[in-house]
Structure formats: C-alpha cells, structure tokens
Design a protein around this ligand. Structure first.
Ligand code: ADE
Length: 413
C-alpha cells in the first residue's frame, strides 16, 4: 500500500537512492550481512523519518534483513517525492509527499501506527506520542522503538519519567557516532546549504547569529565561520555560553544580537527563541532560518500577527513587511531549513546515523521481551564498531593498545 505524489517519478528516485548508496558504505556493509543472516524475517518495522534518498537506503537495508517496512514522513515539507515514488515501486508501504497539510501529516502517521508494527523508528517523536496517546493497544504490542533526534529523545524521557512509556526505546541520537557527526557536521553543512540554496546570498562578512550552542549550534557556527561570517552565539546555559566564548565566538543575549544580525539561525530545541520584540528590532533585510526539529523556535505566529503584509519572493523565502517599514525574510516557513530548502544531511553522515538505526532494530529484535520499557543508548561496542567500519571505508588505520599499555591502563598503581 502507498500514497505518494506521483509514481512516475520513480526512475529519478532510484538514481537518487543509488547515488546515496555510493556514499553510505557502512550501511551497505550492514545490508550485505542482513542479506545473509536475515535477522528481521517476520518483523514489521513502522518508521516515521524524513523521506530522503538516505532514508531509502535504510529502508532497503531493513528489507534486505527480512523486514516488512511501512514509512511516513517526519515533516510535512521534507519528503523527496522522487524517492517516495521509487520506494512505493519497491513494495515499501510509503505514505508521504512534499507539502502535506497538518491533517494529512497525521493521517500518514496513523497509517504507520495502524500497520501494527513490531518495531517503530521515529525522528522527532510524533509516532511514539501518537502510539501512546491515540493507539495504546497497538503501543503495548510494540517490541521496541528507536529515536533519531534530540527533540524526540527529550519527549521519550518525559514519557519514561511519567511512568507511561510502553516499550523499550534506543535513543539513537545519543550514540557518539550519531550526535558528534550528524548533529554537528551534518546539520552544520546542510543548514548553511539550505540558506544558500534558498537565498543565494554571500555568507562572507555577514553577521550570523546562532541561537543554541549544543552540537547542532556548534556545527552551524563552525561552518558559518569557515565561510567568513562573523558569528554571534546566544545561549541560556552558562557552560555552553562559556565554551562558545572560548571557541572564539561573540556571545550575547538575543535582545542585543537582534539589532546587529544579518542571518539568524535557531538551533535550541526550545520554543519562541525569536519573538516579536526581537523581530521589531532587526535590521531591514534580516533573514530568519530554523535548524531545530519543530517550527516553534522562530515565533512565526507573532511574525504573522505583527506583519503589515507578506509575499513569497522566491521558493522558500517569504518577505514580511513590519509596521516600522523594515522587512524580514523567513526561510522554509520556519521549518528545518536544511531539509526543506536543501536535501538534509549528506549521505556520508547519514551513513553513521542509519547504521545506528539498523543495528538498533536488530538489537531490539534480538532482545525481544528481555528489556524493560525504558530509554537506552546502544551499547558502546556497537558505537565503536560503527566508527571502525567508517574509518575502514575511508582507508584510515589507527593504532591498537599493546599488552603493556592495556596492563598499565588497568592498574591502579
Ligand atoms: N535528517 C537530516 N538529514 C537527513 C537526511 N538526509 N535523511 C534523513 N533524515 C535526515
């Protein structure tokens, strides 16, 4: 079963997936192991992920392991319609198209929940929350779940702390081979890519304000600086703020940064980070973009309320005229700019994230009924194996501890 924009796009979608496969050697290695050992035979996997060429490589890998895969999008604007079409042709049950309404978005998620999945994969937590709130009977039959992103893990820990989590979840986001690479280098590059594709402006010399100095904010600040931007960081956490200072960035509150920034990028995971009072003090021409999971970091509703008029001036760019005569430009409707205006993280980095997903699914199936309904990290040895496989694929060798070193490091003397 499927519902996609246009199945005629499948050929282009297949080429896109093949292109991603060339750059995802770790996941491809896992796929060939899955083909031999078939660890997922009889397992239905329900996934809510950005439907991109990289997600298709993961879906094909799960199918190679024997799984029956059901897939919907984790954002109404991030689906690559060509990829969705190609997957539909490969008998993957895909319900996703770019430009879903809010209602259609949840209709698609409901299709995944109603498929009665054994394993659920989510990016942002909407599927997990849907199962817990709207389909508790189905949730109680779920063997286990995974979660891709920081925002989703926060929501799952809240479920766990309230004592209502119904199945064990692997927080894939919390693997080192995920957050240190995907959140930092993946979002760092793809966010700047989204801003450049949407606006085609020069980054060099601009004042780029990055809200949030977690792994995502760090990556964005690093890449913006690499392109010659003068980078300002805003933070609420004093330790992270201090790190940003010592990494050489200007740190100040948003109330001050608002008046000097050319480009604002939110990466906090929080709500209302850029509010009406900030927008009203911005320079004429300021650009607003969001890199966090949900479209709540820039208060778009406030912008809609205070604006005198608005117009779409090019794809993914809306100009708002403010009562003070200045204009601000909102990219990608305040949704994830990297997935809406560009193609999300490059395949090389999703290789690591989705290797974690594939091995987390295998782990949950292999430990069916043996783990409590809590949030876990993947075991460290799996994290290290993924890093080793990636290094090998890059032709990079590293040292091993000698017996004498091992003994020295184990000793307290
Ligand atoms: N999240 C960020 N980038 C992504 C991509 N390329 N595919 C799937 N999920 C993503």
């Amino acid at each position: 079963m499927f519902k996609v924009r246009d199945v005629a796009l499948a050929v282009q979608g297949r080429y896109m997936i093949e292109w991603a496969e060339k750059n995802m050697p770790v996941l491809m290695k896992i796929r060939s192991e899955f083909k031999e050992t078939r660890p997922l035979v009889g397992v239905r996997v329900g996934a809510v992920l950005h439907v991109t060429k990289e997600t298709a490589v993961l879906a094909r890998t799960l199918v190679a392991g024997g799984a029956d895969v059901w897939l919907a999008a984790s954002n109404p604007l991030s689906t690559q319609d060509e990829v969705a079409a190609a997957l539909a042709e490969e008998n993957i049950n895909v319900f996703a198209w770019r430009g879903e309404t809010e209602e259609e978005y949840f209709w698609c998620i409901e299709r995944i929940a109603n498929s009665n999945p054994d394993i659920v994969i989510d990016d942002g937590g909407d599927l997990h929350i849907f199962l817990h709130e709207r389909a508790p009977d189905i949730a109680s039959r779920v063997v286990g779940g995974t979660e891709e992103t920081t925002t989703g893990v926060i929501r799952l820990r809240a479920l766990e702390n309230s004592g209502v989590l119904r199945y064990p979840v692997i927080a894939v986001n919390d693997s080192k081979t995920k957050y240190l690479f995907d959140n930092r280098y993946g979002t760092g590059q793809s966010t700047i890519d989204g801003i450049m594709r949407a606006t085609n402006i020069l980054i060099a010399g601009k004042i780029v304000v990055v809200a949030g100095y977690g792994w995502v904010g760090r990556g964005i600040a690093l890449r913006a600086r690499g392109l010659g931007a003068r980078v300002v960081v805003t933070e609420v956490d004093p330790v992270k703020a201090l790190e940003a200072v010592m990494d050489g960035f200007n740190v100040m509150p948003m109330s001050k940064a608002a008046g000097i920034g050319d480009i604002f990028i939110t990466a906090t995971g929080s709500i209302d980070v850029i509010r009406a009072e900030h927008m009203l003090s911005m320079k004429d021409g300021a650009i607003l973009a969001n890199a966090g999971h949900f479209n709540v970091e820039i208060s778009v509703s406030s912008l809609e309320n205070i604006a005198v008029s608005k117009k779409t001036i090019r794809a993914n760019v809306i100009e708002y005229l403010l009562p003070n005569g200045r204009r601000v430009y909102l990219l990608a409707e305040g949704r994830l700019v990297n997935l809406v205006a560009a193609e999300g993280h490059p395949s090389e980095v999703m290789d690591l994230s989705f290797a974690n997903q594939a091995l987390a699914v295998k782990y949950l199936v292999g430990n069916r009924g043996k783990i409590d309904a809590k949030v876990y990290r993947l075991p460290d040895d799996i994290d290290s194996t993924i890093a080793r496989l990636k290094l090998t694929s890059m032709g990079i060798e590293i040292d091993a501890l000698t017996d004498k070193q091992l003994e020295y490091l184990r000793s307290w003397k």
